[in-house]
Design a protein around this ligand. Sequence first.
Ligand code: SF4
Ligand code: SF4
Length: 303
Amino acid sequence: MQPKGTIFSIKKFAIHDGPGIRSTIFFKGCPLRCTWCHNPEGISPAAEIMVFPDRCLKECADCLVACPKNALKKRGGTIFLERNKCVGCGLCALSCPAEALQLAGSRVTVNEAVYQLSKDTAFYRNSGGGITCSGGEPLLQPRFLQALLTACRRQNLHTAVDTCGHAPFSDFEKILPLTDLFLYDLKIMDEGQHRRLTGVSNRLLIKNLQKLSLLAPRLAIRIPLIPGANDSAAATAELADFCASLPRRHSVHLLPYHRGGRAKNKRLGQFDSLAETRVPAPAAIQKAGEIFLKRKLTVKIGG
Ligand code: SF4
Ligand code: SF4
């Protein structure tokens, strides 16, 4: 039987997730809990409802009728979700005429995913693009990932995997022959700081990157620049030293923090821990880039 996977989105015409025009498939579930995550709906492996209260129609109560768990309430003409009662069945989202409730997370077969992804093959061919598996963390669903990449290979689609690196290396080995490009996220070299800001140690992902550096056909390192987390000169130099120490040279993509995840946190009923964090100033981004350039690394700003 074909393995199924849980995804929360397929983004068409993506131009920041690898070369050319791509379709990016977002896997649901991640072992990290980065405070700055811009896809917080990808963290939990379970389906969950995103609430857009300002879209809720005053006189409507369709979702209250549809919900089998009595998890929705209306107060002052707008909608509230009691998340402890919600089982993520998605019936409310299906019934809502205003898209005020949206389900993040659906189960798909490999064939269903490939059918969607292969629709834009002409664009991939003409632009040197392909498909990118992102998330969340694709390697948290290793069987589905492997089967999906295998199916894409059969269709001669260029494949990229965007990973946080926190997965058994044996799972990387299984997808190595199926992956044209790894986009490997690297955040902070200090282990304690990494644990504090992402919820896990960085030892495993560092070890995996050292091994993949030699084995991957192509690999780019993606580093988010988060003010107050990893943007000090010392922290940036540590990251640059590590990149320069790898067995092979890889291009480094610096991804300046943006506030896109904040509105999503609100829709998921989550605490906004970055309310005070500003986006990095252009001068700070340039300074960070120079630290990598000094070590003769190729640097790109953005994905
Ligand atoms: S997802 Fe299901 S359980 Fe949750 S609020 Fe909607 S209808 Fe109710
Ligand atoms: S179905 Fe949509 S518009 Fe109607 S009450 Fe529920 S959230 Fe509001």
